[in-house]
Structures are given as structure tokens and as C-alpha cells.
Design a protein around this ligand. Structure first.
Ligand SMILES: *Cc1c(COP(=O)(O)O)cnc(C)c1O
Length: 462
């Protein structure tokens, strides 16, 4: 199994190098050269099996000979052992034909743990074997950073630096990043918004001297291994509601397009998915684009679902690559236009995108109202991101096809919005109840590439 860049100008890599590299050297994102498929019998066989076994079946074909079967199984087992629910990704019913896939039982209470916990184990195994050390730098709107710090804290072969927008993450998110005491993890509060953090991260990857000097590795949602880990729960959820005999639809609260793109990969692998619905908040560049209005950046407006407050959706490049028939030059051209504000999608590519993805946008008021409505109707307390998903899913549902909405975070991760809507302050699970008492450790840094590079160079282990 080899991986190629969406911009067509970087060398093809193995799974191991793709995972350890993150971003391709031509600025593109790695995708598998071909997508392996699972036959109907293999999918049917998943029903009733432990999450870890389904994970092994789904991911094994993508990994090639980077890991032995036993190594890979062991990584999966360790990754999910710390989850607070035996099913890992349990489904609950909201209404006839509408289900909620709870992806928030990991250590930092958001779906990012599914990928990040696994990546931590895979990095550790590969780096130990290579006797190498890497510097992981990540940009976060809140959840990626906490998940990364939680996954890599105390591991021998990595230093982790997380850039987050100062003052724009929730208190729980911030504390999850700033309270771990291990010396290999560093929380950096950047004077800027999430798009600034993401742009500085890309700058670092495009500075090859720095990149090679510190052995830079990326674990943002552009890392293929993260997308791959997320493919698994589309299968586990679909078979629980009747796949492969029955088609299913998914609605996904979307920001960087990583989670929903994993659904598209599941579909390409042979899972019968009817609709993949992109749900956005008021930062709706994806909804506008999928509605045929082109892909044009605006201003990021802070919302009560902050993990989706973005204008540039990194993984959308992977969807464009397939929509443009895997023409790397065409994608490189679009990304050049994006630097100057945006681009129009060709008619042919638009057709392909609309064949795979539907979309909807939810306002702030509708999000709050949905939290209240869902609590009344089903007793479920939703986080604001999940509420965005449920709202759009209700519009996109079709008779006879189960709709599964991904619940991307635990309500206690965003208590202010939940309390404002319902009057209820969602409690943290007991295992992290002392989060508000732990001491914090962070560094304020300007939104400046040279300052960030200097900080990382002096604070990583030599
Ligand atoms: C990251 C995140 C999202 C968006 O996921 P993408 O893969 O970036 O589209 C949605 N909700 C929550 C809670 C998140 O942490």
C-alpha cells in the first residue's frame, strides 16, 4: 500500500512514512494510491464483535508491512483500553430511525481520541524500532490539542507542541492541554485565531530546514493515520443498525472535513452509505461550497461550537482531489487561488462532490434550541457540535434509511453553551472531576513564525 500527494509533486510513501510525515513536501495531503474494499460477507461478520476487532479488519489493509499483525493488534488494544465505555463508540436511539453515535468516551471527551490514542501507539512502536525522536507540532481549535497531549504525554520518542488560539478555546479544553505535568508536552497560546495557528503550522512544514532540523511530524487531521482510525466507527455503527443488508446515512458536525472524509472512505471500501451530510455552524464555507457557491474564505466568527470555527477546511483538499479525478496539478492550482481568497469548483467536480455529500448550516440560536429540544424529546444532553449535527440530520432524514448523527464531544466539554440552553451544568465524568483544581502550564506566543520556531528549537529535548 502506497500513498500519493493530492498535489502530485511529492514522492509516494509507505504507511509508516506517511504517518510520521503528516503533510507532503509539495504542500499536499497524502491519500492511498488505491482504496481496498471489504466484501459483503466481511462487513456482515463485524456485527456483534468488539470494536477492536472491527478496527483491525478495517484498517489492516491500509497499513501494509509497517507493522506485523501482532504489533498492530497490540497498538489497537492499548489505544482504546482507557476509554470510559466498553463499546468504545456506543449508539443510542434519539427517535424512530435516528441514532446518535457517542464518540466522546475517550480520555479528552471528544472523537479526536479515537485517532489520537491510536496514533500515539503507532508512533511509539515505529519510532522505537527506528531509534528516532520527532517533534510533533499541532494546531488546534481545542480538541485536537488536548487529544494529542493526552496521547503523547510521557512517551519516550516525542516532544509535542500544541498551538491554540489564545482565549478562544473552552476552559475544559484549555485545562486538558495545560495541566499535564510531563516535560515532553508544551501548550502554546498563540495571539490569533485557529486559522492563524493552522497557517503557522503549514509555514513550519514548508520550511524544510526547520522541518528536517527538528524532525517535524504532524498529527493534525491532515495526517492520513487519523482519517484511517475514524473510518472504523462508520462500520461499527452501520452494522449495528442493519448494514450491509440495509443502507444507512450519516450526519457529521464538520470543521476540517477529516471526520466526514473518513465516512467517504468507508463508502469507497464498500459500506452502503446513502447520504453523507456535512453539518456546519455559521462558519459555513463548506455548506456554501457544496451548495454551488464556490469556495471562498470569509472571517471566522466565534461560535458556541468552537471546534468547527474555521474558514479553511484542510481535508477538503482530499475530496477535491477525487472530484478532480485525482489531477494533482488541478488541485495545486486551486490551492494557489485559495491563497488569494478562494476559487470556483468546476461543474464536473461539483457533480462528483454533490453525488457524495449533502450539507446544512445551523445558526447559533438553532443550535441552542436544538440542545433544549433534544433534552426534552429523548433525555439526551448534547454538546453544541452534536446539536448542529442533529439539527441538520433531522432535515436530511429519509424514510426507511437509518440516520446516524455523530456526537463529537461530551456536553461537559462545553458546559457554558449547554447551561445557557438548558440550565443544566453537565458534570465531568468522575475520572477527571479534579480538572479545575490542577495547576496550569502554558506559554503565550505571538502569531509569528520566527518566534514560534525559536521557541520550539529551544524547548524540545536535544
Ligand atoms: C474536531 C471537531 C469537529 C470537526 O471535525 P473535523 O474532522 O475537523 O471536521 C467537530 N466537533 C468536535 C467536538 C470536534 O472536536
Amino acid at each position: 500500500m502506497r500513498y500519493i500527494s493530492t498535489r502530485g509533486q511529492a514522492p509516494a510513501l509507505t504507511f509508516e512514512d506517511t504517518m510520521l510525515t503528516g503533510l507532503a513536501r509539495d504542500g499536499g495531503l497524502y491519500v492511498p494510491e488505491t482504496i481496498p474494499t471489504l466484501d459483503e460477507a466481511t462487513i456482515a461478520e463485524m456485527e456483534g464483535h468488539p470494536y477492536e476487532e472491527i478496527a483491525y479488519t478495517v484498517m489492516r489493509p491500509f497499513v501494509g508491512d509497517t507493522f506485523t499483525d501482532d504489533e498492530f493488534r497490540a497498538c489497537i488494544d492499548r489505544a482504546y483500553a482507557g476509554f470510559g465505555h466498553a463499546a468504545r463508540a456506543p449508539l443510542v436511539q434519539l427517535d424512530q430511525g435516528h441514532f446518535l453515535l457517542e464518540l466522546f468516551h475517550g480520555p479528552t471527551l471528544a472523537f479526536k481520541d479515537f485517532a489520537m490514542q491510536l496514533i500515539g501507539q503507532l508512533f511509539q512502536t515505529a519510532l522505537r524500532r527506528r531509534n528516532q525522536r520527532v517533534t510533533i507540532v499541532g494546531a488546534t481549535s481545542g480538541d485536537t490539542g488536548s487529544a494529542a497531549i493526552e496521547a503523547f504525554r510521557g512517551l519516550d520518542n516525542v516532544d509535542v507542541f500544541i498551538l491554540y488560539p489564545h482565549g478562544r478555546v473552552s476552559e475544559v479544553q484549555r485545562r486538558q492541554m495545560t495541566t499535564p505535568t510531563e516535560s515532553n508536552v508544551h501548550a502554546l497560546a498563540v495571539e490569533g485565531d485557529f486559522d492563524d495557528c493552522q497557517a503557522r503550522l503549514k509555514d513550519m512544514f514548508n520550511d524544510f530546514e526547520f522541518r528536517d532540523g527538528v524532525a517535524l511530524a504532524g498529527v493534525n487531521s491532515i495526517n492520513w493515520a487519523r482519517v484511517l482510525a475514524q473510518v472504523v466507527y462508520y462500520f461499527s455503527a452501520a452494522v449495528a443498525v442493519g448494514a450491509p443488508q440495509r443502507k444507512v446515512s450519516f450526519t457529521v458536525p464538520t470543521g476540517n472535513f477529516g471526520d466526514i472524509f473518513a465516512g467517504y472512505i468507508a463508502k469507497r471500501m464498500g459500506l452502503q452509505i446513502d447520504k453523507l451530510v456535512v453539518a456546519t455552524n455559521q462558519n459555513d464555507i463548506l455548506h456554501r461550497c457544496l451548495s454551488g457557491q464556490g469556495y471562498h474564505k470569509g472571517e471566522t466568527i466565534p461560535s458556541i461550537s468552537p471546534s468547527m470555527d474555521i474558514q479553511v477546511s484542510s481535508n477538503f483538499e482530499r475530496a477535491l482531489f477525487d472530484a478532480y479525478d485525482r489531477d494533482g496539478m488541478a488541485v495545486a492550482q486551486l490551492m494557489e487561488e485559495l491563497k488569494h481568497g478562494g476559487f470556483e469548483v468546476s461543474q464536473g467536480a461539483m457533480q462528483v462532490l454533490q453525488d457524495h455529500y449533502a450539507s446544512g448550516r445551523v445558526s447559533e440560536d438553532e443550535t441552542s434550541a436544538q440542545i433544549t429540544t433534544s433534552l426534552k424529546a429523548s433525555g439526551e444532553l448534547l454538546c453544541p457540535h452534536s446539536a448542529v449535527g442533529v439539527h441538520v440530520a433531522d432535515i436530511e432524514r429519509a424514510a426507511g434509511i437509518p440516520m446516524i448523527t455523530l456526537a463529537t464531544a461530551h456536553p461537559a466539554k462545553f458546559p457554558a453553551a449547554v447551561e445557557a440552553a438548558t440550565g443544566i451544568t453537565p458534570p465531568l465524568p468522575p475520572r477527571m472531576a479534579d480538572l479545575y483544581e490542577r495547576a496550569e502550564r502554558l506559554t503565550r506566543v505571538p502569531n509569528d513564525l520566527e518566534a514560534l520556531k525559536a521557541h520550539i528549537q529551544t524547548h524540545r529535548a536535544q
